[in-house]
Design a protein around this ligand. Structure first.
Ligand SMILES: Nc1ncnc2c1ncn2[C@@H]1O[C@H](COP(=O)(O)OP(=O)(O)OP(=O)(O)O)[C@@H](O)[C@H]1O
Ligand SMILES: [Mg+2]
Length: 352
C-alpha cells in the first residue's frame, strides 16, 4: 500500500484555508499518516494496523468508520503516542510536516494535549472520580503551560466550561464527576481537550454513551468550535447519521487498513466497496440522516495474527474472485477524490 492518499479531500468542498496555507512548512496536509503499522507482541503477534495511509487537511472533519476491531482506536492512539509497551509502531505520522514516530517522550507529551488532543472512547473512565471538575480542567491547562497563575487558570477553566456550554460553570467547578450527567461529563472532557487550543482533535466515539438529543448537541458544539477555532477533527463513530452530518470526508477501515475514502456526499451516493455497502446497510438519506448504527456485516473479521495475501474481506465478499484471494488490491485514487481498494468495485464496468 502506498501513500497515494495525498490529500484528495483538499480539492473537495471549499476548504477554510487555501492549499498554500495548509499544513506545515512543506505546505502539506495537517496530518499525514503513511503506511502505518501497529503490531502487538504477545503469544501471537497481532497486526492491528496494517499499512494505513490517510491525510487530514487543516480545519476539516474526517470520519473514521469501520466495524469493531478494524483499528480505529489503535491507529488514533498511535498518533497520540499512547500505545502500550507491547505495541511496535512503524511507518510515518507527520503532523505539520514533523515526524511523530520516534519522537522523544517529552516532545511527544508537549504535542499531546497541545497541538493534538483526543477525547477517549470511555469518558466515564477518563475523568478522575476523586478530583473536582475544576481541578481537572485547571490541571489540563497547567500541563501545557506551567507559568499560568492559579487565578488565570481559574478564569480560563470557566471560559472553557462556558465555551462547551456547561450550565452553571462556577458551581460545576467545585463538583465531582459523579454529580454531573453523562452529557455534562462529556462536555468537561471536551473542555479539557480544548484547553490548549489543539489544531487536531481526535474524538473517539465521543457521544456514543449519550442519548440522541445530547449527542446531537455535543456534535453541534464540536462543529461550532471547529469553525471558530479552525480545528481539524478525526471523528470515530458507529453512527452513520452523525458521520454523514458532520464529516467532510469519510474514511472506511477494515482489518487495520483504509479501504475506501471520499468526500461524504460522494461516498454516500456512490459506494464502491462491498464492505462499505454492507456497513452502510440501508443507506440513510443524506438530507436528513437518522441515527443509524453501522450494520453488522455478515461473516467474521479476519484473524489479525495471520498475514493475508489478498484482500482480507474476500472470504465475506459477494463479489470476490480468485484474484481477490491471491492479490491484495491497492488503495488508490480511482476516481477524482474517491479512493478504494477493490478489484470488483460496485457500479464500475470491469476493465477489459
Ligand atoms: N493492547 C492490545 N494488545 C493486543 N491487541 C490489541 C490491543 N489493543 C487493541 N488490540 C487489537 O487491535 C485491533 C484493533 O482494535 P481497535 O481498538 O483499534 O478497534 P476499533 O476499530 O477501535 O474497534 P471499536 O469500534 O470496537 O472501538 C483489535 O483486534 C484489538 O483486539
Ligand atoms: Mg475503538
Amino acid at each position: 500500500m502506498s501513500a497515494n492518499d495525498a490529500g484528495p479531500a483538499a480539492t473537495g468542498e471549499p476548504a477554510v484555508v487555501s492549499q498554500a496555507e495548509e499544513g506545515g512548512a512543506a505546505g502539506g496536509p495537517l496530518l499525514e499518516v503513511t503506511d502505518l503499522r501497529v503490531d502487538f507482541h504477545g503469544a501471537r503477534t497481532v497486526r492491528a494496523v496494517d499499512g494505513l495511509s490517510y491525510t487530514v487537511p487543516r480545519a476539516r472533519t474526517v470520519a473514521l468508520i469501520g466495524e469493531s476491531g478494524s483499528g480505529k482506536t489503535v491507529s488514533s492512539r498511535a498518533i497520540m503516542g499512547l500505545l502500550p509497551e507491547s505495541a511496535r509502531v512503524v511507518g510515518s505520522i507527520r503532523f505539520e510536516g514533523e515526524e511523530l514516530i520516534g519522537l522523544p517522550e517529552p516532545k511527544m507529551r508537549s504535542i499531546r494535549g497541545g497541538s493534538i488532543a483526543m477525547i477517549f472512547q470511555d469518558p466515564a473512565r477518563s475523568l478522575n472520580p476523586t478530583m473536582r471538575i475544576g481541578a481537572q480542567i485547571t490541571e489540563a491547562i497547567h500541563t501545557h503551560d506551567r507559568s499560568v497563575s492559579d487565578a488565570a487558570a481559574f478564569d480560563h477553566a470557566i471560559e472553557l466550561m462556558e465555551l462547551v456550554r456547561l450550565p452553571a460553570a462556577r458551581e460545576r467547578f467545585r463538583q465531582y464527576p459523579h454529580q454531573l450527567s453523562g452529557g455534562m461529563r462529556q462536555r468537561v472532557m471536551i473542555a479539557m481537550a480544548l484547553s490548549a487550543r489543539p489544531k487536531l482533535l481526535i474524538a473517539d466515539e465521543a457521544t456514543t454513551a449519550l442519548d440522541v438529543t445530547t449527542q446531537a448537541q455535543i456534535m453541534e458544539l464540536l462543529r461550532d468550535l471547529q469553525r471558530r477555532l479552525g480545528m481539524a477533527v478525526i471523528m470515530i463513530s458507529h453512527d452513520l447519521g452523525l458521520a454523514a452530518s458532520f464529516a467532510d470526508d469519510v474514511l472506511v477501515m477494515y482489518a487495520g487498513r483504509a479501504v475506501e475514502r471520499a468526500p461524504t456526499r460522494k461516498l454516500f451516493s456512490q459506494v464502491r466497496m462491498q464492505y462499505t455497502r454492507a456497513l452502510l446497510g440501508a443507506i440513510p438519506r443524506l438530507e436528513n440522516p437518522p441515527h443509524l448504527p453501522l450494520a453488522a456485516v455478515p461473516g467474521q473479521p479476519p484473524d489479525l495474527s495471520v498475514q493475508q495475501l489478498g484482500c482480507p474481506f474476500a472470504p465475506r465478499c459477494p463479489a470476490a474472485s480468485q484474484k481477490c484471494v491471491e492479490v491484495r488490491p491497492p488503495f488508490a485514487e480511482q476516481e477524482p477524490e474517491h479512493l478504494w481498494a477493490c478489484w470488483h468495485p460496485a457500479g464500475v464496468e470491469p476493465r477489459s
